[in-house]
Design a protein around this ligand. Sequence first.
Ligand SMILES: Cc1cc2nc3c(=O)[nH]c(=O)nc-3n(C[C@H](O)[C@H](O)[C@H](O)COP(=O)(O)OP(=O)(O)OC[C@H]3O[C@@H](n4cnc5c(N)ncnc54)[C@H](O)[C@@H]3O)c2cc1C
Length: 536
Amino acid sequence: MPCPTPRYLVPFHPKQVPHFFTDVLIIGSGLSGFRAALAVDPSLSVVVATKDGLEESSSAYAQGGIAAVLSPDDRFEDHIADTLAAGGSLCDVEVVERVIRAAPKHIRELIDWGAEFDHAGDQLALGREGAHGRNRIAHALGDATGKEIMRAVSRQIEMAAHVDIWPNTFTVDLLATDGVCRGALVWNQQHGKTLVWAKQTILATGGAGQLYRETTNPEVATGDGMAMAYRAGAELRDLEFMQFHPTVLYIAGSSRHLISEAVRGEGAWLVDRTGYRFMTDYDPRGELAPRDVVSLAIVAQMEKTKHPNVYLDLSHLDGEKVRERFPGIAGVCGEFNLDIARDQIPVRPGAHYMMGGVTVDVQGRTTLDGLWAAGETTSSGLHGANRLASNSLLEALVYGACTGRSAARAAAEMNDSFTAPAIENPNLGLVGEPLKMADIRNSLASLMWRNVGVRRNAEGLNEAIENINRWCRYVLGRQFADPIGWELQNMLCVASLMIEAALARQETRGVQVRIDFPETDDQRWNRHLTFFRNRE
Ligand SMILES: Cc1cc2nc3c(=O)[nH]c(=O)nc-3n(C[C@H](O)[C@H](O)[C@H](O)COP(=O)(O)OP(=O)(O)OC[C@H]3O[C@@H](n4cnc5c(N)ncnc54)[C@H](O)[C@@H]3O)c2cc1C
């Protein structure tokens, strides 16, 4: 049983809190949130509330690129087949077809908006990543694709007079009455709490990598959207499927920078502490095997060599070209006195992409009326049990646009009403002794890394759930006054659901590797695992 979680994290009463009315409320300013905002008809009002500065999102940090059929040598059928081969039978074929066929149009639109993708001559330079059968990854600024895409999209947002951006505004909870989402309760340092009433609400809050000690995700990726959707009664699914990126920079004192898969695509080798190139011992595709295979091989080789990491080696490639193709990675490594063209780069796996999340249909509609969702916070059916590299920016883009359009259509059919529904949350449990939040957060991240990581078993998962349940008992019932506490509550809620799902799925499928159930069991487990909290 997941931890019992209160419906709302903070007390509020409509007579004591300012109100704001909008047609569409979008929570999150990554690619999916901004693309959704741009798809809303300009006759409607949009608020985008985002908890940090506008530059803080996974979208802005994306490196390798965005996948699409962009060359005459490639075919939609091949991109679809590669996506289905990676994600398996938990992919929704209709969703995969729709997203992949829509991809080129959306990328051309980004180019029209000024996104400058890298070129080889007068053609787009298309890279190759693990488990893609063709070169189909469009990239920009070498290895800073997300930064360039977000620059172009943000410029469009600045010109969109109907879109109001609220930075540094934390969404605490979704407001819902009679099974319909009515907006959200937000908080910022200046104004405190505000009730934002929206005809339609879109969650675009990204992933949950911060649940793990080793992660590529920025600080904002704490699973807030999943937790608030769960509290409001929306369905979540596939939470056991966290994808680990195999090559995350592992240097004491540095943040965990991702070393893009494109580096291996360009020919980098993975070697162990003795310099041995080990990947073909585990998979004939070598360094270009799917991410989960590479992550597992690295963990096994780390154990074999009793070493905390392995190394990426590019020294056999043209140094000049390597530095030019990966300027961002070269810069980060340079800060630690490593020359990526000559030195071995220490790496190990880290939590990277959450396949599971809020269940959405092909339009981005959740199971809660009035609530839509797009991007990494969702489970759309595109990725199944294992995301194909560079399909996630694509999902954020295509679903962002589609969700924005659909939510706007629904909002346009509703009359204006400037009356606040009678929702209140009178009071909440304990205030009590201050807790050492960083301590609990670090313990949670270490526990998740140790017991709910690349390889799992019942013993480790049970130990994890026992610990988390204990923390939940004194953290979830507390009343916190700022985002540090609310994030911790959200992380505990999502962690508990993830572990329940990982424990329940007694098989190995995609990125969920159960060493005590090493086979895929289609008879029992060829299905989604769903969670929802009974609505009040
Ligand atoms: C280092 C890195 C490299 C990557 N490289 C690639 C790549 O090359 N290709 C690819 O396809 N994918 C890549 N990914 C994955 C991809 O970037 C993400 O899946 C995608 O950008 C998610 O977009 P999003 O809009 O759903 O979420 P995000 O871009 O993460 O945006 C989420 C937004 O929600 C806000 N938010 C969260 N909680 C709250 C709250 N409580 N209140 C208000 N706002 C909130 C955040 O502040 C943020 O603005 C990479 C990810 C990382 C971390």
